[in-house]
Write a protein that binds this ligand. Structure first.
Ligand SMILES: NC(=O)c1ccc[n+]([C@@H]2O[C@H](COP(=O)([O-])OP(=O)(O)OC[C@H]3O[C@@H](n4cnc5c(N)ncnc54)[C@H](OP(=O)(O)O)[C@@H]3O)[C@@H](O)[C@H]2O)c1
Length: 330
């Protein structure tokens, strides 16, 4: 195994292109654990890395892929043995460290989790960072005391990776779910994964000067930010809770203090990247067992490394529906 296959993003005069290349093993960064990657998955951040977003990736050529599940080949620490099935999501993987769109990764041991015994490598990457972030968002609502009897939970970016997994987990836990989506042709998909109500995104981009709207939801998982998040904050019942993890609708949130000071609304930020290992383990355990949606595999499209550029373009076009799993090697 002197050489291995990777997807590489190349920069030429400010333009970025992707190609599958063979690389020598010594091009992998230093790290304690060498992993043969079996599956990866495509996330929004990979699309940013693949198109030269310097906030995500500073130097090219670069191999993106913020997720990887595979088998340990070599480990310099006793926590991992050759043959262990492991999982890496977030930290610097795929950002400025050669990522999961590759037959091998080498990473610090502090980034590596042993796969829960109930979870296959394929299922772990069917969730990937998006599913893990959905799990963190659900955990934040539960920790704030939101239960199915509290009322309906809204999920924005509903057909996307985070949104679709969040809907399916909430359904599994017995919640009534309102899916907010811009896709008019995704009703069957959204209903199948657990949406009880489907609301068009334009309806949730309030541009009135009202500080509060008619209360509709007990809680919300917002994956898009911008005006959608601002509208959700205005649309909660007393004591409502919103989690925020994304910004595809915009990084700025045109809101006021009124939802917070008149309705006791809470806004909770969700970060999947730097989350310490111990709480990570606990979320993955839930994803492997009591939160695992029956529809998980129906929500996933499996592709090869060669098909990743096409999936990245779909994300950039806002067209993602469900999750995209990348089969690297078996
Ligand atoms: N904080 C973290 O740790 C963390 C982790 C994972 C992801 N994220 C962020 O969360 C967001 C969603 O990630 P993802 O993996 O779910 O992405 P994704 O799979 O590409 O899905 C995004 C979804 O958002 C909706 N959308 C697209 N363009 C939009 C726009 N201009 N305005 C409003 N909605 C739009 C679409 O759903 P509909 O057509 O159904 O509306 C799309 O399918 C991204 O911003 C990502 O960077 C953050």
């Amino acid at each position: 195994m002197n050489r291995f296959k990777s997807l590489q993003v190349i920069e030429q005069e400010g333009r970025y292109s992707m190609a599958i290349v063979e690389r020598p093993m010594d091009e992998l960064p230093a790290g304690e654990v060498l992993i043969r990657v079996h599956y990866s998955s495509v996330n929004y951040k990979d699309a940013l890395s693949a198109t030269g977003n310097k906030g995500v990736t500073r130097r090219y050529p670069h191999t993106p892929g913020v997720d990887a599940a595979g088998v340990v080949v070599e480990s310099a620490v006793g926590d991992f043995q050759a043959g262990d099935e492991v999982l890496v999501t977030g930290f610097d993987l795929g950002m400025n460290t050669s990522g999961g769109f590759s037959e091998y990764i080498r990473v610090p041991a502090a980034w590596v989790l042993l796969l829960p015994p109930e979870l296959s490598m394929k299922d772990s990457m069917s969730y990937g960072t998006a599913g893990f972030t959905a799990g963190l968002s659900v955990a934040a609502l539960l920790k704030s005391g939101i239960i199915p009897a509290s009322g309906s939970v809204a999920v924005s970016g509903a057909t996307g990776g985070v949104g679709s997994i969040a809907i399916a987990i909430l359904k599994r836990l017995g919640f009534s779910v309102a899916a907010i989506s811009s896709k008019t042709d995704a009703q069957a998909f959204l209903s199948r994964i657990g949406a009880d109500e489907i609301i068009s995104r334009t309806e949730m981009e309030d541009s009135s000067s009202k500080f509060l709207l008619k209360p509709r939801f007990a809680a919300a998982i917002d994956t898009v930010g911008g005006r959608v998040l601002a509208t959700l904050l205005k649309s909660l019942h007393y004591g409502g809770v919103v989690t925020a993890c994304g910004m595809v609708n915009g990084p700025e949130v045109p809101t006021s203090v009124f939802p917070f000071i008149l309705k006791g609304v809470q806004l909770i930020g969700v970060d999947s990247v730097e989350m310490p290992l111990q709480p990570r383990n606990s979320i993955w355990k839930h994803l492997a067992t009591d939160w695992k949606p029956e529809t998980l595999q129906e929500q996933v499209k499996e592709i090869t490394l060669e098909q990743v550029p096409e999936a990245i373009q779909t994300i950039l076009d806002g067209g993602m529906q469900g999750r995209v799993l990348v089969r690297i090697s078996n």
